[in-house]
Design a protein around this ligand. Sequence first.
Ligand code: NAI
Length: 361
Amino acid sequence: MGIHILDAMAREGFEEVIALHDRDSGLRGFLGIHDSSQGPAFGGIRRWSYLTEDQALRDCLRLARAMTYKCAIAGLEAGGAKLVVLDRPGLDVEAVYRAIGASIERLGGRYQAGPDVGTQDSELEWVAATTRHVTDPGPGGPGMLAEATAEGVFAGIGASLRFLDGEEDWPRRRIVIQGLGEVGRGLARRLLERGARVGAAEIDPDRVAAVRVESDVEILDPATELDARCDVFAPCALGGILHDLSITRLRCRIVAGGANNVLARAVHGERLHQLGILYAPDFAINAGALVRGTIHHLEGRRESIERIGARIGATLADLLAQARAAEVSPARYAVDLAEDRIAQWRARAPSQDAPLGPTVR
Ligand code: NAI
C-alpha cells in the first residue's frame, strides 16, 4: 500500500519532507528533515536503485528519524535528516549531485549533507560545487568518516563483550561481518589486529577479492552468515535484515554492527532480547561518523578516532547497564531515552507554529 506522507510525518514527528526533481539532470529523490530544533539537521545522501518511489520515501523517513535518535543518544546539538536519490542505469550522476547541491544551498544550512551508501568522496565534491553545506572530503573537512564509524562499532562490540563476560578476550572470539564495505573492512581490520577470528559475507566479488588478498578474513557464502556460529554478528551492509524469519537463524550471542535500521520493526528488538541475544542499538553504536562530522561543523575541530571510539564505547556500556537495571531490552531502553531527550529539546525550542515576528507574513 502507498505511503500517506502527511500521516507518516505526523506519526514520526517530521518537520519537512521535500520531493526533489530536476528537469535537466533527471534527479529524482527525497529529502526528509526530521528535526532541526537543536541545530542543523545532519544526514548522508543515499543513492540506491529503489524499485519504487514509495520504497525510497520510506527509506528516507526511517533513516532521517534514526539520525535524530543518534544525535539524542550521542548528546550532540544537532538533528537528523536524510536525502535519498533514485538511481537508475544511464543517470548523469555528476549532474544529479550538482543539482542536489543547489537544492541544499536553498535551505541555507538547515540541512548538512554527508556521505552514505552510493555517495563517497567524488560525489561529495560534485555536491560541494553548488553548496557550502556538505562535508568536505578533503584536508579542510572532518577527516575519514567511515573510519570513525568502524572505530565506534569496534568499541561498542568491546563494551558488549565486557557487559556479558567482563572482558573482551579477543583471541577467543569469532565475529561474523555482513558487508565488507567502508565500515565492514575497517571493523575487520581492527578485530584481526586484536587477534579475533573474523568471518565475513559480501555480495560484491571485487570487494571479496580485495579482502582475500590483503587479510585473513574467512570469506563466507552470502546468506550463510546469519547461520554462522559466532560470538558477535556484525551487520555492516543494509538495514531491515533482522525480521521474523532471519532472527530464528542467528547463532550468535551479540548483534552489534554499523548498518542503519538493522531491525525490520521495533518488535524484533524484543525478540532478540527474549532469545537471550544482546542487541547493541544501531543508532547508539554507529554514530562515529556523525560525532566526527558534527563536532567539526559546530566546533571547527577534528575529533580523534580514538576519542570517538572511547565516547561510543562508554555510551553503549552505560546504555546496556541502564537497560538491565530497568529490566527492559536495550532496544526499548535506547528508543525511550532518545524520545525523552527529543521531547525535551522540542519543549525548549520555539514552536514551529509560533509567529516568526512582525516582519514575517
Ligand atoms: P558501503 O556501501 O561501503 O558497504 C556496504 C557493503 O555491503 C557493500 O560492499 C555491499 O556490496 C555489501 N552488501 C550489500 N548487501 C549485502 C548482503 N546482503 N550481504 C553481504 N554484503 C552486502 O557502505 P558503508 O559506508 O560501509 O556502510 C555500511 C552500513 O553502515 C550502511 O547501512 C550505512 O548506512 C551504515 N552506516 C555507515 C556509516 C559510515 O560512516 N559509512 C555511518 C553510519 C552508518
